[in-house]
Design a protein. Structure first.
Length: 167
């Protein structure tokens, strides 16, 4: 049985990995370092996305599909879900923080600034890769993190949210 700390740990692990991933891409493409919406080293949209990945994976496993069909369906559904996260995340950040962190209007198949077909297809591939190759290893790590570390991260995260909102 998995406890709630496991899910909180997954949220923080993937938020931190998302922060590193985003900044790695920013340094390569723009030669800049962008900490994201919050002050701390987490891009929480990745933490949220992992729950959709977990949910979809669990849902598809119930159907006991052939592995190739499961992977194809996972890719198709997660591509749609990641696109919805990116769109709603972009809108929410703009409304709450009056910032635009990404803009796909220069891409050929965009739908406004926050989503485009090219990136959506890549997010689907990335999420499929995470689900089938990375998640089993990260899941083991998330179970081993001491409760006190999780609580410290949670407190720091809440302080970061409050500081961001106040500024």
């Amino acid at each position: 049985m998995v406890n709630n700390m496991y899910y909180i740990n997954l949220f923080f692990i993937y938020s931190l990995l998302g922060f590193l991933f985003e900044n790695f891409l920013n340094i390569i493409t723009n030669a800049t370092f962008n900490s994201g919406v919050l002050y701390g080293p987490w891009t929480f949209i990745y933490g949220i996305a992992i729950f959709l990945i977990l949910f979809l994976n669990k849902l598809l496993k119930k159907f006991k599909l052939k592995k190739w069909l499961e992977i194809i369906l996972f890719y198709l559904f997660i591509t749609i879900l990641m696109t919805l996260i990116e769109f709603s995340g972009g809108m929410l950040i703009e409304k709450l923080f009056h910032r635009t962190y990404w803009d796909y209007t220069n891409m050929k198949y965009n739908y406004g600034p926050y989503i485009c077909l090219e990136i959506s297809l890549l997010w689907g591939l990335f999420a499929t890769f995470v689900n089938y190759l990375i998640m089993p290893k990260i899941s083991k790590l998330a179970k081993k993190i001491p409760k006190i570390i999780t609580i410290i991260f949670l407190i720091l995260f809440i302080i970061d949210i409050i500081a961001t909102i106040l500024n």
